[in-house]
Design a protein around this ligand. Structure first.
Ligand SMILES: *Cc1c(COP(=O)(O)O)cnc(C)c1O
Length: 431
């Protein structure tokens, strides 16, 4: 298939003169596959249409939020109705309370929540709250988990996991990095040792209960259980960052799926139905520590925006219906098996990790259980595969460290087309 990116190339040339890298979030750049980013004109159901009239089956789904696909009629209807009333008031609306009530009804550990405007704000605020509440400074995160671009969370481990954090990004002061301890995902021994030595100084442990920002890595049996047990022992706050997994891996998120309740939970993505959003919530006695009922300050001019809230409510309303997650999981399972079989046909070793409707293909015959096993897979082969898929009209993130998402509007036909494209891609790769 010969596809042209002429208009995208022209738009990109203009954008990169005045926007750093030509994009408003680095993941949108296609540097990894040596292409210019594709500029999008519109989305419809499972499809993206670019400015060169190419059509793609979309597995990025706006990086997770669009679990109902593009322009779901009920979301569009809610948005249209909401627009008639105004775009925001900087004063409370009852819809905000309704959305928070839906979140409380869905997510087992949340008794009270605050709406914010992005996932980054949710994790940043949850950390501040945990520190304010415990009066401690140190936090623990896991290598390869992404929690937004908060200074103290933008840290990845050096080789010694227990040494103090080194900033991953210039601009993060080492004085901030010092309070962030980075451990290996799924490694409970080091975690136990750390708490044994410094447990009384640790304000919070933050984790993606299913890691979705180093591909997809499920928690091994006992991992989340031990995070919960040991934080309780030492009076530290356990924060589940469910910005991606909330309303994705199950209606009540990973905490419903695995039956572990954190103290605080961060949400985002799906709860805004495609509009900018975030939320954090948890035990009432902790949440009441937030201003104006408590001393920890956190605010947002556009937080709980009425249009976002309506879009979120309409989305959750669809997701609440019977068998929605069974359908999503069945499709994702079919896709995973199809890609696995396609690889096998060409005698390619791949390993697919899937939890619910998020999945990731790694070019390795090893099990991927943490950042280093993800990073040790054949990333160049993966990127070649993604490029071959893109050229057949299959839009997947050009990064080994991102998940592919299934939406309600991917049906059998789209999955089969994708599997057929994968077959061709693996054959070509083999040559
Ligand atoms: C996307 C994401 C964030 C950041 O959310 P933004 O809305 O991009 O700020 C935080 N945590 C996780 C797990 C995410 O997937």
């Amino acid at each position: 298939m010969n596809i042209s990116f002429k208009n995208s190339e022209e738009y990109y040339a203009r954008a990169k003169e005045i926007i750093p890298g030509g994009v408003n979030s680095p993941v949108r750049a296609f540097n990894s596959i040596k292409l210019d980013p594709i500029f999008i004109e519109r989305g419809e159901g499972p499809y993206l249409y670019d400015v060169d009239k190419n059509k793609y089956i979309d597995y990025v789904c706006s990086w997770g939020p669009l679990i109902l696909g593009h322009r779901h009629p009920e979301v569009i209807e809610a948005l249209t109705e909401s627009l008639q009333k105004g775009t925001g008031f900087g004063a409370p609306t009852d819809s905000e309370t309704k959305l928070v009530q839906e979140i409380i009804d869905a997510v087992p550990s949340i008794e009270m929540a605050r709406l914010v405007s992005s996932g980054t704000e949710a994790t940043m605020s949850a950390l501040r709250l945990a520190r304010g509440y415990t009066g401690r400074n140190k936090i623990v995160k896991f290598e390869g988990c992404y929690h937004g671009h908060v200074d103290s969370l933008l840290i990845k481990a050096g080789s010694g996991a227990l040494t103090n954090g080194v900033p991953t990004s210039p601009g993060v002061p080492s004085s901030i990095a010092e309070d962030t301890i980075v451990l290996t995902y799924n490694d409970i021994e080091k975690y136990r040792e750390l708490f044994y030595n410094q447990g009384s100084e640790i304000a919070a442990v933050i984790v993606e209960p299913v890691a979705g920002n180093m591909g997809v890595i499920p928690p091994e049996p006992g991992f989340l259980e031990n995070l919960r047990k040991i934080t309780l022992q030492y009076g530290s706050i356990l924060i589940f960052d469910e910005v991606m997994t909330g309303f994705r891996v199950a209606y009540g998120g990973a905490q419903e799926l695995y039956g572990i309740e954190p103290d605080l939970t961060c949400l985002g993505k799906i709860i805004g139905g495609g509009l900018p959003v975030g939320a954090y919530g948890g035990k009432k006695k902790i949440m009441e520590y937030i201003s104006p009922s408590g001393p920890v300050y956190q605010a947002g001019t556009l937080a709980g925006n009425p249009i976002t809230v309506k879009s979120g409510l309409a989305t959750l309303n669809v997701l609440k219906r019977k068998n929605i997650y069974e359908q999503l999981n069945k499709k994702a399972s079919r896709l995973a098996k199809g890609i696995q079989d396609a690889a096998q046909e060409s005698e390619y070793n791949i390993s697919i990790n899937r939890v619910g409707s998020m999945l990731c293909t790694y070019f390795t015959d090893q099990q991927v259980i943490d950042f280093s096993s993800a990073n040790n897979s054949n990333i160049q082969a993966f990127l070649n595969y993604i490029t071959l898929m893109l050229k057949q009209g299959i839009y997947m993130a050009p990064s080994q460290f991102e998940a592919a998402f299934i939406s309600l509007q991917h049906d059998e036909e789209h999955i089969e087309k994708t599997v057929a494209a994968a077959k061709k891609a693996f054959k070509k790769l083999k040559k």
